[in-house]
Design a protein around this ligand. Structure first.
Ligand code: DON
Length: 573
């Protein structure tokens, strides 16, 4: 803690702003957005990472459900058809907007550390990190939050019963769905891991342990039973009774520390989303324990003081990277679970702080990250999922869900069909030790019983006088950079299809490198950025799987687009 406060103090000196620690802790969970009445009629839309999931949501809307019912159906269907990326064994964040009264809230369905978790649980007796301990096996799994969110969404916001909105997912789990290329590639990539869990091997591999052919039916009968228990008993069908007992037995048999009480005590927490402004646009995004909204607003506030339209494109990209660098550095130094740590959120998302940050940016020169006091780090991009929904009544959902890495730990708990997450790796297992995404953290994000690990997931709404965007993406630590680029693209007038396609150039403070996608930077921009002192590397694969809905208020036109890097589908109905 002491180290952190010193760093925080040093940061304030760098930023030339007073050090105070205001927090949002006392403010109500809800907030009211500007009502958008008397607008032309518009259609509903769903964009998600796989067509069967978008269709599951559409089924709910056709049955008289609203965006929140569709969010349950889409999430539950993704848990079945995109098991690499999210599931009942994982968690996430849902950003909600209810049109009738402008009520906005965030459902924090993030995994929590089991009660028996300890700060040093992934360190050896000498205090060194044990290789892969926070990503492999049930000890790496937090207590899941996604099932609780289904129940909460249906009861508090939906029009349909949970048994209705879970119906498509139950059908897909029981009857199966045809194996598609991206899932087949993920199975091939993680085959060794899946072979170690007999239940995962039964679902995802052939009886001989091979990779199934494209089009082979992937059936998950145990998962169908778990979903049915939820359909009839709500959250209790997962966090209590037979399923909870099987989860605890399965996890403990493999060295995990879950208890029945850990499951029974899990609750979704409604939190106030973060709201900011950028050149007249209203930005709404995730609050801690996600770092996404803080970092997005921090970066936008820094950029608001530059005229990005007047500078050449190399300088524009330089400034955007410098804003990313500073926002990610603040993430590493200050952020964690708001129920455990006091955070200077108002400071970090305020204009004075941004002015201080901006004053340390030169127009002609990159600032090396190690000149910003912070912490020390190799990024990888694996998986998570995002979906966006707008219904014809104007209700909106931006949901980002995860099991952390591809297939989480890769272990399916016997008799439950539930793939365990490895989200405990999102904690800082030791100050300064990078996680799998190369992210570093401090005491604020240290492990503690029942604490929620810091996330980068950034579901967001961007609202201007002329229209609205609902969006988000997977991409590990690069999520925040992609959210920033997506916001700027929308505000520059790009369509939903253009935004999801646009090549990306993330920077995450440490490692101090712009790892750009092919085509994101022109040869002249590359030379210009290098001349300013930026380190550049062309990434070996594409970043993200962004799902965007846009709504033009004047014409009522709605667009839904899924990232061409994935196999998703944007549907208008
Ligand atoms: O919450 C987080 O920030 C991570 N667990 C997200 C992981 C992720 O996006 C992996 N995807 N590419």
């Amino acid at each position: 803690m002491a180290v952190c406060k010193i760093l925080a103090f040093a940061a304030c000196l760098v930023a030339l702003v007073p050090c105070s620690l205001p927090s949002f802790a006392d403010e109500p969970a809800a907030q009211i957005a500007r009502p958008l009445s008397r607008l032309p009629a518009h259609r509903g839309a769903i964009a998600s990472a796989y067509p069967l999931a978008s269709q599951a949501g559409q089924e709910m809307l056709a049955a008289g459900g609203n965006a929140f019912d569709a969010a349950v159906a889409v999430s539950a269907a993704l848990a079945v058809v995109e098991p690499t990326s999210s599931g009942l064994g994982g968690g996430g964040f849902y950003l909600l907007h209810r049109q009738a009264d402008g009520f906005e809230t965030m459902l924090d369905a993030r995994e929590k550390a089991p009660d028996a978790a300890t700060r040093d649980m992934y360190l050896d007796p000498a205090g060194n990190p044990i290789a892969r301990a926070s990503v492999a096996g049930p000890l790496a799994a937090g207590i899941p939050g996604e099932p609780a969110a289904f129940d909460y969404l249906a009861r508090r916001f939906g029009k349909l019963a949970l048994k209705e909105s879970l119906r498509p997912a139950i059908r897909l789990a029981r009857e199966g769905f045809p194996l598609y290329p991206r899932l087949q590639a993920a199975i091939r990539y993680k085959r060794e891991l899946l072979l170690r869990s007999p239940d995962a091997a039964k679902v995802f591999l052939t009886p001989e342990g091979g990779v199934p052919e494209l089009g082979a039916m992937i059936k998950q009968p145990d998962l169908a039973l778990t979903l049915e228990a939820m359909a009839s008993q709500g959250a209790k069908g997962f966090y209590g009774g037979r399923v909870a007992q099987d989860l605890v037995n399965g996890v403990r048999a493999e060295g995990g520390i879950w208890t029945l009480e850990d499951l029974a005590s899990y609750r979704v927490i409604e939190r106030k989303p973060l709201v900011g402004n950028y050149h007249g646009a209203r930005i709404v995004s995730a609050s801690p324990p996600s770092s996404g909204g803080v970092a997005l607003l921090d970066a936008l506030n820094i950029l608001a003081g530059f005229d990005l339209k007047q500078v050449d494109s190399g300088t524009r990209k330089h400034l955007i990277v410098e804003a990313m660098r500073r926002a990610y550095r603040d993430r590493a130094v200050y952020l964690g679970d708001p129920d455990f740590v006091a955070m200077p959120l108002a400071l970090l998302t305020g204009q004075d702080y941004a002015a201080g940050q901006r004053s340390s940016i030169r127009l002609d020169k990159a600032m090396p990250s190690d000149l910003l006091p912070g912490i020390e780090t190799a990024p990888v991009a694996l998986h998570t999922t995002h979906f966006s929904i707008l219904d014809a009544g104007g209700n909106r959902v931006a949901g980002t869900l995860s099991v952390n890495l591809y297939f989480g730990t890769g272990e399916i708990v016997p008799k439950t069909g539930v793939l365990l997450n490895n989200t405990m790796d999102d904690f800082s297992i030791k100050p300064g030790t990078p996680n799998v995404f190369g992210l570093v953290g401090n005491d604020e994000n240290a492990i503690a019983p029942n604490k929620r690990p810091l996330s980068s997931m950034t579901p967001a709404f961007v609202e201007t006088p002329r229209g609205l965007m609902i969006f988000g993406t997977p991409g590990g630590s690069y999520i925040i950079s992609m959210a920033l680029l997506g916001t700027l693209d929308y505000l520059n007038g790009m369509s939903a299809a253009e935004i999801v396609k646009d090549p990306r150039y993330p920077h995450q403070y440490l490692p101090d490198v712009i790892e750009y996608e092919k085509g994101a930077l022109s040869p002249s921009e590359i030379s210009r950025l290098e001349a300013m002192g930026h380190k550049l590397e062309e990434g070996s694969r594409p970043w993200g799987n962004m799902q965007v809905i846009t709504w033009d208020f004047a014409s009522g036109k709605v667009e839904a687009a899924a990232d061409p890097r994935g196999e998703g589908e944007g549907l208008i109905y």
